[in-house]
Write a protein that binds this ligand. Structure first.
Ligand code: GRF
Length: 208
């Protein structure tokens, strides 16, 4: 079980843990990095629920292994974007989630979710925004021939990958890097940056 999964339990700093909901579509390594940061005591949070849209995806398997509750909301069943997002909001509200983290969510989100969790919806993107928004930030960086790329944690607004940036980390693009090697380097930074950025934001969320 992840640390602090019991809401009455306090983290080492004595704060009540932030109740997080996580959304993932694929491998889920960023989701697992959040669990590890909670277990390590560097993220004062508890993951109330993981929602995946692809049944059987890596994130779901990780949740089963880690003992995190997981719900599947399949976009092939909930076909309208609004319908899927309303189901997400309902799910997170039922789990008393305060902040939602999109950790590799590969669907465009609508105002239903964005306004439902205004200023409390966080995304991680594999580029130094505002460069290389949208799909395949790694491939876009390689194609552009930049020597430095990275990752960004930002709040989600109606503009795709355009909301206020909370934190960034730079990653050098080395001679001979390909999609796999660069992706691995970016992921390594993401796993550090995402929990750090969320933890740093907790006092502001607590105020508002
Ligand atoms: C990450 O690169 C993240 O920036 C992007 O999707 C990827 C998810 O990776 N939004 P993982 O599923 O957490 O391994």
């Amino acid at each position: 079980m992840p640390a602090f999964s019991d809401p009455s339990q306090q983290n080492p700093t004595g704060q009540t843990p932030l109740r997080i909901g996580v959304m993932a579509s694929g491998n889920g390594s960023n989701f697992e990095a959040l669990v590890q940061a909670i277990d390590a005591g560097t993220l004062a949070a508890e993951i109330r629920i993981l929602v995946v849209n692809n049944p059987g995806c890596g994130a779901q398997l990780r949740a089963e292994r880690l003992g995190v509750p997981c719900t599947v909301l399949d976009h092939r069943v909930l076909k309208e974007r609004d319908q899927l997002d309303q189901a997400l909001v309902n799910c997170f509200r039922s789990a008393a989630v305060e902040v939602v983290v999109m950790a590799g969510w590969m669907r465009i989100v609508t105002p239903v979710l964005i306004n439902g969790y205004a200023d409390r919806l966080v995304n991680i993107h594999p580029s130094l925004l505002p460069s290389f928004k949208g799909l395949d930030g790694i491939g876009q960086a390689l194609a552009a021939g930049v020597k430095i790329t990275g990752c960004s944690v930002h709040l989600v607004t109606a503009e795709l990958d355009g909301g206020p940036i909370l934190a960034q980390a730079a990653v050098p693009v080395d001679e001979g890097d390909d999609h796999a090697t660069l992706s691995e380097k970016v992921h390594r930074e993401e796993h550090r940056l995402l929990p750090e950025a969320i933890n740093a934001r907790i006092p502001i969320w607590r105020q508002g």
